[in-house]
Design a protein around this ligand. Structure first.
Ligand SMILES: Cc1cc2nc3c(=O)[nH]c(=O)nc-3n(C[C@H](O)[C@H](O)[C@H](O)COP(=O)(O)OP(=O)(O)OC[C@H]3O[C@@H](n4cnc5c(N)ncnc54)[C@H](O)[C@@H]3O)c2cc1C
Length: 317
C-alpha cells in the first residue's frame, strides 16, 4: 500500500503574510501547500487588502496600487516560485499528532511536518445603516491606512470606540481632519489613563459620550453621520467626511480551538520577534498574531520570519 504523503509545510491563509511565507518556503525547496481559503471569515482569498481600493504605503509602488491587484501579484509570485494553492478553508487542525493533521472544508485531510498560520483578523464593523454603500467611500476601519486620503483633508471626521485603539485612531486623524469627534456609547472611556490624558491634551478631538452612530448619509461619498443619544433616544445629524471604526478586530483562530496558546482576544501568541508559537513546528505570521501594527508590509515581513523559522525547524537547526 502506498504510504500517505506528508507535506513539509502547510500555510493557512492567503494575505500578505501567507503569500510571503509561501514565496520563502518555495524558494527554500520546501514545496509549500497553501490553503488560501474560500470566503474564510467573509473575506476573499487574498485577504483584507482585497476589500480596499488604493494602497499607497506598500513599498515598490510609487503611484500606489489597487489592493486586489497587489494581492493578485503576490499570489502569482508564490505560484511562480512553486507554491501549490488550494482554494478551500481549513476547518480544523490536530496539533496533538505528528505529523500534524489539517482538515479543509471538503473533508480532505493533509498531514504536515510544519504549519504556518496566517489567517489574519477581521475589523469589527458597526453595521450602521448604509454601511455597505459608504464602505471605503468615507467609512473605514483603519486610520493609518486611509487617513491621508484627500477626501478627509480639513474635514470633520468621526471615530467610534472607547478603548486605546479608538483614541489612537482619533489622535492620528487630527493630522488630517479639521476636527475629530470621538463617539462612545458609554459615559466614560475604557482606554488607559495615559491615552485619556493624550486625548484631553489634544483640542482637535471632541468626545461625544453616551452616543452611537446609527446611519451614514451622503451622495457618492459620506457627507453626514446620524448620531443617537443612548439616554434620550434623540437623533442628530453631523456633517462628516469620514467615519472610522475603532471597535477592535477578531482574529481568525476559531479553527485552532484550544490547540495553540492564544491571548484573551484570540490572537496567536508568538515568541517576541519570531513566528514561533506554543507548539513546536507551528508558526504564525501577520495580523493573526499582531494586535498592534496591522499593516500589510509588517504582515509580509512576519511571513518571511515564519517561513525562515519553519525552514530552520525542519532542518533541525
Ligand atoms: C479596508 C482595509 C484597508 C487597509 N488598507 C491598508 C493599507 O493601505 N496599507 C496597509 O499596509 N495595510 C492596510 N490594511 C491592513 C492590511 O490589510 C492587513 O494588515 C494585512 O492584510 C494583514 O495580512 P495577513 O496576511 O496577516 O492577513 P489577511 O490579509 O487578513 O489575510 C488572511 C487570509 O486568510 C484567510 N483565512 C482565514 N481563515 C482561514 C482558514 N481557516 N483557512 C484558509 N484561509 C483562511 C482569510 O480569508 C484571508 O483571505 C487594510 C485593512 C483593511 C481592512
Amino acid at each position: 500500500m502506498a504510504e500517505e504523503k506528508v507535506e513539509n509545510v502547510v500555510i493557512v491563509g492567503s494575505g500578505p503574510a501567507g503569500h510571503t511565507a509561501a514565496i520563502y518556503c518555495a524558494r527554500a525547496m520546501l514545496e509549500p501547500l497553501m490553503f488560501e481559503g474560500f470566503m474564510a471569515g467573509g473575506i476573499a482569498a487574498g485577504g483584507q487588502l482585497t476589500t480596499t481600493t488604493e494602497i499607497e504605503n506598500f513599498p515598490g509602488f510609487p503611484e500606489g496600487i489597487g489592493g486586489i491587484d497587489l494581492m493578485a501579484r503576490m499570489r502569482e509570485q508564490a505560484e511562480r516560485c512553486g507554491a501549490r494553492l488550494v482554494t478551500e478553508t481549513v476547518v480544523s487542525v490536530d496539533l496533538s499528532q505528528r505529523p500534524f493533521v489539517v482538515t479543509s472544508e471538503s473533508g480532505e485531510t493533509v498531514r504536515t511536518r510544519a504549519l504556518i498560520v496566517a489567517t489574519g483578523a477581521i475589523a469589527r464593523r458597526l453595521g450602521v445603516e448604509n454601511e455597505e454603500q459608504f464602505w471605503q467611500r468615507g467609512i473605514s476601519a483603519c486610520a493609518v491606512c486611509d487617513g491621508a486620503l484627500p477626501i478627509f483633508r480639513d474635514k470633520r471626521l468621526v471615530v467610534v470606540g472607547g478603548g486605546d485603539s479608538a483614541i489612537e485612531e482619533a489622535l492620528y486623524l487630527t493630522k488630517f481632519g479639521s476636527e475629530v469627534l470621538l463617539v462612545h456609547r458609554r459615559d466614560a472611556f475604557r482606554a488607559s489613563g495615559a491615552m485619556q490624558k493624550k486625548l484631553r491634551d489634544n483640542p482637535k478631538v471632541k468626545p461625544v459620550m453616551n452616543s452611537t452612530v446609527v446611519r451614514a448619509e451622503g451622495d457618492r461619498f459620506l457627507e453626514r453621520v446620524v448620531l443617537k443619544d443612548v439616554q434620550t433616544g434623540a437623533e442628530s445629524a453631523v456633517e462628516a467626511a469620514g467615519l472610522f471604526y475603532g471597535i477592535g478586530h477578531k482574529p481568525n483562530t476559531d479553527f485552532l480551538a484550544g490547540q495553540l496558546e492564544l491571548n484573551e482576544a484570540g490572537y496567536v501568541i508568538t515568541k517576541p520577534g519570531t513566528g514561533v508559537t506554543s507548539v513546536a513546528g507551528v508558526f504564525a505570521a501577520g495580523d493573526v498574531q499582531d494586535p498592534k501594527y496591522r499593516q500589510a508590509i509588517v504582515a509580509a515581513g512576519s511571513g518571511a520570519k515564519a517561513a525562515l523559522d519553519a525552514e530552520r525547524y525542519l532542518s533541525g537547526s
